[in-house]
Design a protein around this ligand. Structure first.
Ligand code: NIG
Ligand code: FE
Length: 413
């Protein structure tokens, strides 16, 4: 089927080539004013200025009038924990009342709380909850998403989560990437026996994951009190031997050299980055590894935001993602992520949009099919309500400015 979209006020992020954006390039957002776009069988087949459209194209029957609307490629959310069994607003209230992280953990809170909930949840129940969240975020403009395991923390639990993600991949129109995060925290029974849990990951989980093709990437929460540098390296190397590239949780709480380890392992991305020292920034700037910033997690945990300006100015390639999870970012709204990156981290609107589209696509290795407007890419687009300029999107924070979302050429209902 062929669809023609006419009178687009501004067609945004039009790029002939997909290149990972860094430095000043991140602030350039190529757009066409008063544009048309042609879609064939869910794929972008042409576009240009309205005044230059050939007459015969105007006779395409299936026509959509996008007068007053900006059209953008959908968000590429490259870091989420969208599969979880229960929310954790009780911990949220405890924190407001002044309880520390340790006190909340002692009450059975945190990642282990989510893990105990997964245990009692069937694959079908988990799937239907995750499906609803996926539908919600797609209506908010997300067209590609990475989803992690990490609340299983046992062979059965981790495989259950990864099988749910696999089913989401099969059933959803969204582009989905799957990450194995068995090394999210040590389960209680392995608290004093780290090697025992690492053996479980390497000998019991990874071979099944590889055999059933349950993951695209491997992740480790590399922090003081979680997985050390040495443990992280061991686990990543085991994953890499099965072809899983690392995408790591680093420098959220402490600067222990985790970013440098990610760079050394040629990780696809290192994510969080609230606590970056000069060494970590230099290592990242001189690498192909993407730095994924998660401003809503910093906001929710009342932590200092990631030093986006320093990272961009140093030449790091940065992406933006939601970190959607019940503990540190119970929202998968990428529009809010964009606003927070501008408000809290002083990213320019163009930088934020590029980081959440082009660079987000690179952080999931889907840059050849998504992340910008180009012939041959998937027609995953969102149409805005009437807005005065692109900067209005982050400026008008918390307001839903998306009129409709298209995935593979079809509107999401
Ligand atoms: O990315 N930092 C580690 N993991 C998650 C939060 C986990 C949780 O609290 O459930 C994150 O913020
Ligand atoms: Fe995370």
């Amino acid at each position: 089927m062929t669809t023609l979209i006419v009178n687009i006020k501004q067609l945004c992020n039009v790029r002939a080539e997909s290149t990972l954006l860094r430095g000043k390039e991140l602030a350039t957002l190529p757009c066409i004013e008063n544009a048309y776009l042609i879609i064939e069988d869910g794929i972008i087949a042409g576009f240009g200025k309205m005044k230059e459209i050939e007459k015969e194209k105007l006779s395409i029957e299936n026509k959509i009038d996008a007068a007053d609307q900006f059209v953008l490629p959908t968000w590429c959310d490259s870091h989420t924990h969208l599969v979880f069994a229960a929310s954790r607003e009780d911990e949220f209230v405890d924190k407001i009342k002044g309880l520390s992280y340790a006190e909340i953990a002692a009450k059975g809170g945190g990642i282990l709380n989510s893990a105990s909930k997964i245990e009692n949840c069937s694959e079908d129940q988990l799937f239907s909850m995750a499906w609803k969240r996926l539908e919600e975020v797609s209506k908010l403009g997300t067209g590609a998403i990475e989803i992690k395991s990490g609340y299983g923390l046992s062979v059965v639990g981790e495989l259950k989560m990864l099988r749910v993600i696999k089913k989401l991949k099969e059933k959803s129109n969204l582009t989905i990437k799957s990450t194995f995060l068995g090394a999210h925290t040590y389960p209680l029974q392995y608290k004093e026996n780290h090697q025992g849990y690492i053996d479980l990951i390497i000998n019991e989980m990874l071979p099944v994951i590889a055999k059933e093709k349950l993951a695209d990437y491997i992740d480790v929460f590399c922090e003081t009190g979680f997985f050390s540098i040495k443990e992280t390296e061991t686990i990543c190397k085991a994953g890499m031997s099965y072809g899983l590239k690392p995408k790591l949780h680093v420098n959220q709480l402490n600067a222990i050299g985790a970013t440098q380890l990610g760079v050394k392992l040629n990780a696809l991305s290192v994510d969080h980055l609230e606590t970056m020292d000069d060494d970590a920034i230099n290592a990242l700037a001189n690498s192909n590894t993407i730095g994924t910033l998660l401003p809503t997690a910093a906001f929710f945990l009342r932590m200092p935001f990631q030093p986006a300006r320093k990272l961009i100015d140093a030449g790091c390639a940065v992406a933006l993602a939601s970190d959607f999870n019940p503990g540190s970012s119970p929202s998968g709204n990428m529009n809010l992520v964009i606003s927070m990156s501008c408000i809290g981290m002083k990213m320019l609107p163009e930088e934020a949009i590029n980081a959440a589209t082009v660079n987000g696509a690179f952080a999931m290795e889907v840059q050849n099919e998504l992340g910008s407007i180009a012939i041959g890419k998937k027609a995953n687009l969102f149409f805005t309500k009437p807005i005065s300029s692109l900067a209005y999107l982050p400026y008008s924070f918390g307001n839903n400015l998306i009129k409709r979302v298209m995935i593979k050429g079809e509107f999401v209902s």
